[in-house]
Design a protein around this ligand. Structure first.
Ligand code: SF4
Length: 178
């Protein structure tokens, strides 16, 4: 898998202590993107998913895995492999994506890796970064259009369940049907 980087002990990519993998390559080209070096799918470095999984499992204090980017769904099969290992170890999985959840549902119909990654994700931070809607007040996300989606609940109930985390505590908000 091509990766832009790994952070072993992140406290800014979701709750608790997280192992974060930044996938290399992103097709979205959002204006004002903070990580333009991650756009080129040929950039970054090649890493063996098994090595990354071993690194992730080395620290017993890790609470979760975060897949970020770049665009994790551009290498969905590899990300799903890491996500499955995280779930097997009792870690939760957050995935940041430039795709809207509704776009991923369509992608998942023809891409088994995307379907797997969606199935294994607990919280999806979705949508492109929109510079005009950027806010430093938002927790875990960069612009107001992006949502924190409780994926298991959303898939089960066929309605988008958003987590609202901009104040404490996080709570669920029921949204549109999917
Ligand atoms: S989806 Fe993320 S990494 Fe990709 S261009 Fe947009 S902000 Fe940058």
């Amino acid at each position: 898998m091509r990766v832009a980087g790994i952070v072993q002990d992140s406290i800014v990519d979701g709750p608790g202590l997280r192992f974060t993998v930044f996938a290399q390559g992103c097709p979205h080209r959002c204006e004002g993107c903070h990580n333009p070096q991650t756009h080129d799918p040929g950039g970054g470095e090649e890493r063996d998913t098994r090595d990354m999984i071993a690194e992730m499992l080395r620290n017993p204090l890790t609470d979760g895995l975060t897949l970020s980017g770049g665009e994790p769904f551009a290498q969905a099969g590899e990300c799903a492999e890491i996500a499955q290992a995280a779930k097997n170890a009792g870690l939760d999985v957050w995935t940041y994506t430039g795709y809207a959840f509704e776009e991923l549902r369509v992608l998942a119909e023809r891409d088994t890796g995307a379907a797997e990654l969606l199935r294994l994700t607990d919280v999806l931070v979705d949508g492109r970064f929109i510079l005009a809607r950027r806010s430093l007040e938002l927790r875990w996300r960069g612009s107001g259009n992006q949502r924190l989606i409780d994926v298991p609940k959303t898939l089960e109930r066929k309605e988008v369940y958003e987590l609202v985390c901009d104040g404490e505590p996080c709570h669920a908000r029921q949204g549109a049907g999917v």
